[in-house]
Design a protein around this ligand. Structure first.
Ligand code: G3H
Ligand code: 13P
Ligand code: ZN
Length: 307
């Protein structure tokens, strides 16, 4: 099956009240795990590649691996650039068969973010490629800032409506209290659901939740048991994701949980089976762990059976 763009996956999701998982990959094993999970649950999926993943693996390798799995499994999938900031990489993705682009101008002043997003929309739309933009900034616990400053960084609902209209973006990533990585909250994990509800009232394009990993206790426990040092790791509880999806969230981004699953399974097999030195056995164990992780996300996001 040809790769789809994100509108084809996300517009039905927003209308249908479910979200499509966007899982980051940088290699064969992660990609295989995502497609195997999606195929078993008959789910669409978004394959996300960051700029640094492209630098690590190369455009052609990533594209061809994703395209081949999509062909072999029949899973409806897009190939998406995550957090694009560099126009050269954006052009590289367009030339190499990416079907969806994120332009992340969230660090820019409002008008400059609109201008940069519009420039990418003008490059992408004639090629049938969809564009995700971001308004508002995701903050981590490492950002030592006051609560009111944290609020000010979140997406403003009125600005979001104006942004979408003027930029022409197809979907909008919002900042409502999540953050990237394994250390998202010091105290209670809390999302600004009221703010999301207002954004969803004013913005009709599909919304995107970045920084949505849960740091699942079982996954964390396995990694720690085998020596990973992750003090204070804390993610977004599954209940919060379930609460957010009905308010227009049609794409949920997961990277950290895949990394944690990979780490735990790899450490376990190396420690428990010291005689093993076949990379396929070591990486195969990680692949299985990541597949189970992706299946649990697909169930949570409600995209099972929507392929
Ligand atoms: O949101 C960013 C993703 O987790 C990708 O991170 O730049 O380390 O590949 P990366
Ligand atoms: P996590 O770090 O929570 O997995 O977020 C990933 C993400 O937003 C990728 O764009
Ligand atoms: Zn992100």
């Amino acid at each position: 099956m040809p790769l789809l763009d994100n509108n084809q996956l996300m517009v039905p999701a927003r209308l249908g009240g479910y979200a499509v998982g966007a899982f980051n990959t940088s290699n064969l094993e992660i990609t295989a795990a995502i497609f195997e999970a999606a195929a078993e649950l008959n789910s669409p999926v978004i394959i996300a590649t960051s700029q640094s993943a492209i630098k690590y693996a190369g455009y052609r390798n990533l594209h061809d691996i994703v395209r081949n799995f999509s062909d072999e499994t029949g899973v409806p999938a897009s190939l998406h650039l995550d957090h694009g900031t560099d126009l050269d990489v954006i052009r590289g993705c367009i030339e190499n068969g990416w079907t969806s682009l994120m332009i992340d101008g969230s660090h820019l002043p409002f008008r400059e973010n609109i201008k940069k997003t519009l420039a990418v929309v003008e490059l992408a739309h004639p090629m049938g490629i969809s564009v995700e933009a971001e308004l508002g900034r995701l903050m981590g616990v490492e950002d030592e800032i006051a609560v009111d400053e944290r609020d000010a960084a979140m997406t403003d609902p009125d600005q979001a409506a104006e942004f979408v209209e003027l930029s022409g973006c197809d979907s909008l990533a919002v900042a409502i209290g999540t953050s990237h990585g394994a250390y998202k909250f010091k105290g209670d994990a809390k999302l600004a659901i009221g703010r999301l509800e207002k954004i969803a009232e004013l913005v009709s394009v599909p919304l995107v939740l970045h920084g949505a990993s849960a740091v699942p206790p079982n996954v964390l426990e396995l990694a720690r048991k085998y020596g990973a040092e992750l003090p204070g790791a804390k993610g977004v509880p599954p209940e919060s994701i379930r609460e957010a999806i009905p308010f227009g969230i049609a794409k949920v981004n997961i990277d950290t949980d895949l990394r944690l699953a990979f780490t735990g399974c790899t450490r376990q097999i190396l420690a428990d089976s010291p005689e093993v030195f076949d990379p396929r056995k070591i990486l195969g164990a990680a692949r299985e762990g990541m597949k189970e992780l992706v299946k649990s996300k697909i169930e949570l996001f409600g995209s099972a059976g929507k392929a």
